[in-house]
Design a protein around this ligand. Sequence first.
Ligand code: PLP
Ligand code: 3DJ
Length: 428
Amino acid sequence: MQTYSFQPTVEYARQLDQEDVLAHYRNEFYIKPDSIYMDGNSLGLLSKRAEKSLLEVLADWKELGIDGWMEGKHPWFFLPETLAKLSAPLVGASAEEVIVTGSTTVNLHQLVASFYKPEGKRTKILADELTFPSDIYALQSQLRLHGFNPETHLIRVKSRDGRLLEEEDLIAAMTEEIALIILPTVLYRSGQILDMKRLTDEAHARGILIGFDGCHSVGAIPHAFSEWDVDFAFWCNYKHLNGGPGSVGSLYVNRKHFGTLPGLAGWFGSKKDKQFDMEHLLIPADTAGAFQIGTPHILSLAPLIGSFEMFQEAGIERIREKSLQSTQYLMDLIDFELEDYGFIIGNPREEKRRGGHVSLEHKEAARICKALKEYGVVPDYRAPNIIRLAPIALYNTYEEVWKVVQILKNIMAEKLYEQYSNERNVVA
Ligand SMILES: Cc1ncc(COP(=O)(O)O)c(C=O)c1O
Ligand SMILES: Nc1c(O)cccc1C(=O)C[C@H](N)C(=O)O
């Protein structure tokens, strides 16, 4: 790529597209004409490779019935492990430390059930007040299962400005009462990246285990979970990884914890060669596979085969490079074109601290999003005042980014948003 040097013209957008080494991947996705999809941070688009691998698995079911478990093109019995091997480089882990299983929330339950071991004074769980609600619900219910009151035992570190978290504040809250820390890698609203290495070092220096929710970072930014010595992590595969609605999630367990008994056990956590012995004594796998519970959701794993292959081929470093440049371009255009309209860019601007989406704040955000949809842009809205826009490296162009800002400018200049109510839709 040439050196980026902002210019507001469409010609410059086209030049960036011409220089884009990932541009050809766009043809591999189903892109609706006349629609600019900027919501890949919520639900990624379907690729032809993901569709193909799903159809292959369906064909195996059609042809082979139960023999698909061992004889399918992608043998179902090993699919969670096969997919772990393909995707482990995305999180900087070895294949054995990852398993593709469950969903984000279910995996969080599993990992807390396995690694939250209150003892003596150390009985509390540390999280933050900006995290995704499902994580909080899971942590509250896990505390209740242990007989603790979430009001006193779930510590939620406050944000100073309602957008960002300060690592200093998180570290200051790592007291001797904390048994476990659960934090996001990237905050779902402001797109802030937390310094995972620093937080892990500080947690360990205090004898605390730490796990991360990687929903908004995996597939968008590189990670080095093993090098940073993160204890565990969990994420979904339907946002940046384009696995489809409700596709199976993933978890990471640091190899130093292999052998920890799964808190929620089931027969798919068995050592593979023992599983069909049907003994009532579980012999867990000696990998992250031990944290599986029941039969894998094969049809919701299948699209990931094609999708992960694409990520492996494109390379997460190149994906991050384009994502950083296109979010920078989007922010530069917003600064240049939308100065008069009351927007605030709520995500951190520094490369090290921003994830894959731009978080644009405005008091009319809900209805601006409705107008954007009407004029062919798919953003998403997060209460109370956030428009999230994610230019996705594998399928969005710079020209699309340029057009989004022109459309937004027109909506603001003509006050087109005033035709809508400033309330969110059911699924926002
Ligand atoms: C950060 C984060 N955590 C958890 C979830 C919940 O994920 P799931 O519905 O896959 O359990 C989501 C998205 O829905 C999320 O963005
Ligand atoms: N999982 C979702 C769904 O089933 C419908 C709509 C949105 C989602 C999401 O994943 C939302 C997402 N976690 C967020 O960052 O807000």
